[in-house]
Every structure is written in structure tokens, then in C-alpha cells.
Design a protein around this ligand. Sequence first.
Ligand code: NDP
Length: 419
Amino acid sequence: MGKVLIIGAGGVATVAAHKIAQNPEVFTEIMIASRTKAKCDRLAAAVEAATGYKGIQTAQVDADHVQELVELLSAYKPDIVVNLALPYQDLSIMEACLQTGCNYLDTANYEPKDEAHFEYSWQWAYRERFEKAGLTAILGCGFDPGVTSIYTAYAAKHHFREIQYLDIVDCNAGDHHKAFATNFNPEINIREITQKGLYWEDGKWVETEPLEIHKDLTYPEIGPRDSYLLHHEEIESLVINYPTIKRARFWMTFGQQYLKHLEVIQNIGMSRIDEIEYEAPLADPSTCQLVNSSTVKVKIVPLQFLKAVLPNPQDLGENYEGQTSIGCRIRGIGNDGQEHTYYVYNNCSHRAAYEETGMQGVSYTTGVPAMIGAMMFLTGKWVKPGVHNVEEFDPDPFMEQLNKQGLPWHELHDIDLEL
Ligand code: NDP
């Protein structure tokens, strides 16, 4: 039915590639392209061995460079590009899609490298060009953003006349037995968590200090966990697409050990994203051997250096126990005109995710929706020229696939939401 190009070969791309290959009737040709081709080759071989899919192609591409992307896209001619590299590459990949007539999907909104700040305006600015070109761009199709926005669209379609209060709750109750590790790209993750908090109330944004507001919330099959209010990108589009929302917030759980490490990392300057000068030992580039005791002054970004020494999120899966639980807690006016509450969520086992794809639950809960989004496009269910957040599409066929593709969801009605 269609040709897909996956960009990136990290944790999320690994899951998406497995799930794409598990659906060969939709994805008739696959290419994986990333900065390091050897990683794409290893991933293609692992996916072929696990799924029996044959003929996955690979390529090297630096997705920061539009021209390199244009050459790759012109040669391969994919129907859709699934961007699972980093948020820094969103705009260059969108630009290359426009220049070559390809449709686009991602899981995280654009961030400039030198500013820990994310918002949709940069990508929404491409709306008219995608629309005029007759191309569809699907933004934020992971779990959060992604499934959480689709849950909200489903609630609005089936259960509520008016959504008034929305709380997105994200719990990782897993244990990877490391003192400190992040569950996806450490640089992106630490930038997100150390930002100021932000939520929407009565038509305006309210800012908080980082991790200032927190409370115990009870998660299904897990129990109470301390949950912190964070700024999260899906709130930005949801309050526009559902203007009846009076308050929208995002909560994520963190353990005390994680927070203590984060505090130290910040206090000693390792979360800085500006360049600092570092006096490094001088090595011969051909042999990597040190040259006497000579040194050379180099520029490094402390957070990028930290990423290099932290555990790789892709290696956490093997001994990861426990599960994630992510969902939406909603209060509003139901179709009967009465006030109702509603909780829709998924629990995902880290071990089951690892056994199926070799990756832990956070990569799994992101990679599966990315595959389903591409499937929605290729099967004609989500084709809408322009640049769209996922809640702008019909949630029903996506929700149906979540149940079939490994992320089943559950609903609770008229319960105490704790919020
Ligand atoms: P990883 O760091 O594991 O993987 C990123 C991949 O992108 C690597 O293969 C990397 O290549 C490649 N890459 C980086 N820069 C470039 C470049 N310039 N050109 C080509 N390839 C490049 O990240 P994750 O898999 O953990 O995360 C992937 C994306 O998913 C991120 O954008 C993240 O924000 C998003 N995400 C979304 C979630 C959601 O629920 N919506 C949740 C979790 C993550 P190399 O290996 O050579 O470095």
C-alpha cells in the first residue's frame, strides 16, 4: 500500500520499525535512514530477523541538512516520512518533504538547539505550504503528545458535549535498576523537565517554577505516585481545538532518587545548553592516541557531554520491571447535559515491550502510535492536506488499532479524578 522512510535509528525508531514490519500489508517498502548508517543496518537486520520482513533498505543522512534530505527523498520517493530523529530536525525534514512532495509525521515538536523552548508556532507556520502542495503533515504522533490528544478527541466525540477540565497524567512506575537514567534521549528529556511549568486556566497560560506543583495521584494497578506539573506540548493545541476547556494540565511522576540526581546535575552546571571552553587532551585523529601531554581548547555543551556518560535509554530494557500508565482525566458536560468524569488510559509493561522489540516501555509507547499514524495516512483515513495535530483527525480508527497493536486502552466513568 505504501512506502515509508523512517528517519532516526534510536529507541523510538527501533520500536516503530518492528511494528511497521509487523504490518506488511500496509507498509510494502521500508527504508531506515539516520546519521550513523551502521545503526540503521543493525536495526534493519534485527527487524528482519524478528518479523520475517524482507528487503528493508538503509541509508546515511544528516537530517540537519535540507539538501542531503532532498537527495535521499528524491531518490527513494517515500509516500510518508516518519521523523523519529530529534526535535531539532523537524523543520529541515518538513522543508525537504515540501521540496520533494512527501507527506510527514513526527512525535515531538520543534526545538531550537540553543534554546530549551518548544512550541508549535514554528511548525504551524508550514500549514499553507503543505496545504497548497496537497501534502499531509501529522504532528506529535507518539504517546504524549499523540495518544493523549487522540484520547481527548475520542472523549469529545463520544462522551462529552463540553470538555471543561483536562488533566493528562503520565506515570512511569518502572525500575531499571540504575541510579539515574532517562527513558528517552537524555538531552531532550532533561531540557523538558528543567523548564518552568505551564498550564492553561481561564483563557491564559499560568507559569510555575520548575516542578513547583506536585501531588499524589493514584494510577491503575500501580497505586499512588507523586506527580509533578510540567509544561507539555499537546496542551498548546488541545486548548485551541477544544475551546470549552477551562483548565488543562500535564502531570508526570518522578521518584525522589531521580529528582535528587537532577538537582545535583543542575547545581553543578551539567544541564547547561550553552557552549563552554574545555581544555581537552590532544589526540592524533588517525589513531586516537594522545599526543604527549599536549592539550587543545575545544567547545563543548555540558548537557551533550552528560548524555555521553549517562546510560543509553536503548540499553535499559533488559532488566526493566514494572509498567507505565498514561491517560487523560476529564471532567465536563456529557451528552445527557449532566456533569461527568472520565478516565481513559493505557498501562504498558516494560518487560513485554522488551520481549517484543528489544526496547523498554517508553520507546514502545511512542513507536507504536508513530506506526499507527503512518498506517492511518497510508490507508486513507488520515489524509488532510496541511499541518495538523493528531486530535484534528478521526480518533476512532486509531483507537481501534491501539487495541490491536499492543497498546490497549481502558475507560472509567464517573470516578473521583483526584484533580
Ligand atoms: P534517540 O536519541 O534514541 O534516537 C535519536 C536518533 O536520531 C538516533 O538514531 C540519532 O542518530 C538520530 N539523529 C540525531 N540527529 C540526527 C541528524 N542530524 N540526522 C539524522 N539522524 C539523527 O532518541 P529517542 O528514540 O529516544 O527519541 C526519538 C524522538 O522521539 C525524539 O524526538 C523524542 O523527543 C521523541 N519522543 C516522543 C515521545 C512522545 O510520547 N511523543 C516520547 C519519547 C520520545 P545517532 O544514533 O547517530 O545519534
